[in-house]
Design a protein around this ligand. Structure first.
Ligand SMILES: [Zn+2]
Length: 112
């Protein structure tokens, strides 16, 4: 296991150690902590978009099911019900697509 020199006390510290066993100095380093914070922020932002993408996907599938069900009812005794289901299905499906696409675009915009 490679050893690092503690910047504070000069003692040998394993690279796997989270802190110096001699003086207790955290060994993750300032750079890593800043990087960790940045990653957390990105993940938080991404979660918001993930919610939108998830919601959009769910709406897309729900709308798809409604559309297909509506199509099945078309030209049957429940023709008017079929048309209503079809319209609602298409609207829900389109909303899901738009929500998902907007979230994807925003996520792309925010994360470059
Ligand atoms: Zn130390």
């Amino acid at each position: 296991m490679p050893l690092l020199k503690c910047p504070d006390c000069g003692g040998a510290v394993s690279t796997a150690a989270e802190s110096c066993p001699h003086c207790g100095r955290p060994m993750t380093g300032t750079q890593d902590i800043v990087g960790g914070r940045r990653v957390q922020t990105v993940e938080k932002t991404a979660k918001k978009f993930k919610g939108w993408i998830l919601g959009g996907t769910l709406a897309f599938f729900a709308g798809g099911i409604l559309t297909v069900t509506g199509l099945c009812y078309m030209n049957t005794d429940s023709d008017s019900l079929g048309r209503k289901l079809l319209v609602v299905g298409v609207v829900v499906l389109a909303s899901g697509l738009i929500a998902g696409a907007v979230a994807q675009a925003l996520a792309w915009w925010h994360h470059g």
